[in-house]
Design a protein around this ligand. Sequence first.
Ligand SMILES: NC(=O)CC[C@H](N)C(=O)O
Length: 238
Amino acid sequence: MKARFGIVVFPGTNCEMDTYHVLTRVLGQDAAYVWHQDRAPDPYDCLILPGGFSYGDYLRTGAIARFAPVMERVAEHAARGGLVLGICNGFQILCEAGLLPGAFQRNRSLRFVCGWTHVRVERADTPFTAACAPGQVLRIPVSHGEGNYYVDPETLARLEARGQVLFRYATPDGEITPESNPNGSVANIAGITNEQGNVLGIMPHPERAAEAVLGSEDGRLVFLSVIRYLSEGRAVRV
Ligand SMILES: NC(=O)CC[C@H](N)C(=O)O
């Protein structure tokens, strides 16, 4: 059975078509766009908040999008155990909405960064990483101005202890170094889940690295993990 993905679109989102393309044409799944004003979208197995500049990144990236009507539905879906995947701007929105801990600051360089990064998979026993090997290094690009993830030290210690850090910026060999960190994120964090493990925020763009012609297929593994998890009947469709 195909998994059914809902791709949430805010004014200023710009990665929804790439995500749709990968899910449907590359991976053969069902996907549909969900408009930001939609309070009651159809049932989906997984809601994706794609990248972009929702509401022009005014005030602070994600700060306005979190008040969009659709976010009530996203929170409800997450509260019932449904899968939610926030990519880049989606990650920022999930933090602003309180569905993930932490916040984003301007990149340490104060410059927009756009280019290839490597991220190490810290856990491969989650719905978002089950198709990866533990410690596997994925080559996935970043593209952001406010990607500098921050959490206070106590929250960070809790995230680490509970295994909520799923991806860290690393060298191609999987070493965690300051040089491999493109934006100054604390502990080289590139992706985290909520405590329950059903909401993921990831800063690099897996949908931009899902076809060999684009230079890497590694990003597929994130979507394939979700598809595998859902096909095992562990979906909560709300
Ligand atoms: N690619 C994106 O999602 C951009 C992220 C965000 N708007 C930023 O520049 O920080």
